[in-house]
Each structure stands twice: as structure tokens, then as C-alpha cells.
Design a protein around this ligand. Structure first.
Ligand code: HEM
Ligand code: HEM
Length: 179
């Protein structure tokens, strides 16, 4: 998991599905939060598309390529403790896939997207139509998602600097390279 597999050519980590999933999800979430935020049809379809992407990603987490699998990066307490200890001593190990903290964030972001899909759907049902608490919950989940996504993007940039690896570029090219 944390052996240093750097080669001059970099390490192939993210398959095309993971990359397309990531940037499509980012587009859906940002569009729904910043552009189409009054619940119109497009907002609903794009919100469901985001939930569908996450659902596919969960399936891919079981059958996908090596570093896309949950087994490769699931943030178990042991992995988290080891990662935090390594960070404290200033020697965060290189992770070809997600590091345990990044993985924890990824799971939180995906859970929030699914919760937005569920609360969005419920707002349109007869039972919950016009329920203010549900609208507020939906809005709160949206804000939490954007706040965590900001932290996630900042962490990707900072960790990339610390590990001297272009993590964001790797989400486009699929290859982690050291500089
Ligand atoms: C990525 C997923 C989503 C995000 C980030 C998101 C975010 C938001 C935000 C920020 C608002 C404005 C809240 C306000 O200012 O009152 C909103 C409203 C709304 N959303 Fe979503 N949403 C998502 C998915 C969905 C889905 C899947 C549905 C329904 C199928 C939905 C239905 C609605 C409706 C009906 C409103 C209007 C609520 C009201 O009248 O206050 N949303 N959403
Ligand atoms: C709404 C915004 C965002 C959401 C919901 C989101 C969600 C996610 C998810 C679910 C993953 C896991 C990918 C997988 O294994 O399939 C991930 C990874 C990643 N994201 Fe984002 N992301 C967002 C914005 C961004 C932005 C703006 C950047 C660029 C600065 C970014 C950079 C990355 C990187 C570099 C990784 C891989 C980290 C690693 O090497 O372990 N993300 N993101």
C-alpha cells in the first residue's frame, strides 16, 4: 500500500472510468449548487445524474481496476492511525491510490451526494411536499457538500506539494508523477 513505487514514467493509478466519474460529478455538483439552485427540472435531472454516477462508482469499487477498489484504500482505523502517525513525523508515505484521509473524505462526499438525491426526491413526493424542514435539510446538505469539496480540493493541492506528486494532474491523465 505504501511502498514507494515511483518510476521515472510515473505510476498508472486512475482508470478512465474514475477520471470521467470525478470530473462529471464535479460538474453536476457545482452546476446544481451555483447555477440551477431553485429546484427546476434540470436541477432534478442533474442531481439524479450525480447520484447515478456515485452508484456506478460504488459498483466500480468492487469490480474496478486495482486502485479504484475499496479494498485498496478503505479507511480502516489501522490505516488511518498509521497515516496520521506518518504525517505527524512529517513523512507521509506515498500512496499510489487514495491515502486513508482522502478516502474518508471521498466517502463523505459520495454519501452527501446520495443524501441530496434522496432529500431532493422526497421533496417531490405527496407525503413531504412543501415540508420546510426537508427543504432546509436539502439546502444544508448542499452547503456541507460544497464546504467539504473545497477542503478536499485544497487538501489535494497541499498533499500534492508535500508528496511532490501532481495529484490533480493525475485525475486528468491517470498517472501519478513525481516532480
Ligand atoms: C448534487 C445534487 C444536488 C445539489 C448540490 C442540490 C443543491 C440544492 C440547493 C443549493 C438548493 C437551493 C436551496 C435553497 O436555497 O433553498 C436546492 C433546491 C432544490 N433542490 Fe436540490 N440539489 C441536488 C439534487 C437535487 C435532486 C436530485 C432533486 C430532486 C429530484 C432536487 C430538488 C430540489 C428542489 C425541489 C429544490 C427547491 C427547494 C425549495 O423550494 O427550497 N435537488 N438544491
Ligand atoms: C464538488 C466538487 C468535488 C467532488 C464532489 C469531488 C469528489 C471526489 C471523489 C468522490 C473522489 C474519489 C475519486 C475516485 O476514486 O473515484 C475525488 C478524488 C480526487 N479529487 Fe475531487 N471532488 C471535487 C472537486 C475537486 C476539485 C475542484 C479538485 C481539484 C483541485 C479535485 C481533485 C481531486 C483529486 C486530485 C482526487 C484524487 C486524490 C488522490 O490522489 O487520492 N476534486 N474527488
Amino acid at each position: 500500500m505504501s511502498t514507494p513505487p515511483h518510476t521515472p514514467d510515473g505510476v498508472k493509478v486512475w482508470d478512465p472510468f474514475v477520471r470521467i466519474f470525478h470530473w462529471s460529478l464535479v460538474t453536476c455538483v457545482l452546476t446544481n449548487y451555483f447555477v440551477l439552485d431553485d429546484g427546476e427540472d434540470w436541477h432534478q435531472w442533474i442531481g439524479y445524474a450525480a447520484s447515478a454516477l456515485v452508484t456506478l462508482r460504488i459498483v466500480w469499487g468492487f469490480i474496478g481496476t486495482r486502485h479504484a477498489r475499496f479494498a485498496d484504500f478503505f479507511p480502516t482505523p489501522t490505516r488511518l492511525r498509521a497515516h496520521l502517525a506518518a504525517m505527524r513525523t512529517g513523512q507521509a508515505a506515498f500512496h499510489p491510490g487514495h491515502n486513508p484521509l482522502g478516502a474518508l473524505m471521498m466517502l463523505a462526499l459520495m454519501a452527501l451526494v446520495l443524501a441530496l438525491g434522496a432529500t431532493g426526491f422526497l421533496q417531490g413526493t405527496d407525503t413531504f411536499w412543501g415540508e420546510e424542514w426537508l427543504q432546509e435539510l436539502h439546502e444544508w446538505l448542499g452547503s456541507a457538500l460544497i464546504a467539504l469539496a473545497g477542503l478536499h480540493a485544497a487538501a489535494a493541492i497541499v498533499m500534492g506539494r508535500i508528496e511532490r506528486t501532481r495529484l490533480v494532474t493525475a485525475m486528468f491523465t491517470g498517472t501519478k508523477r513525481r516532480y
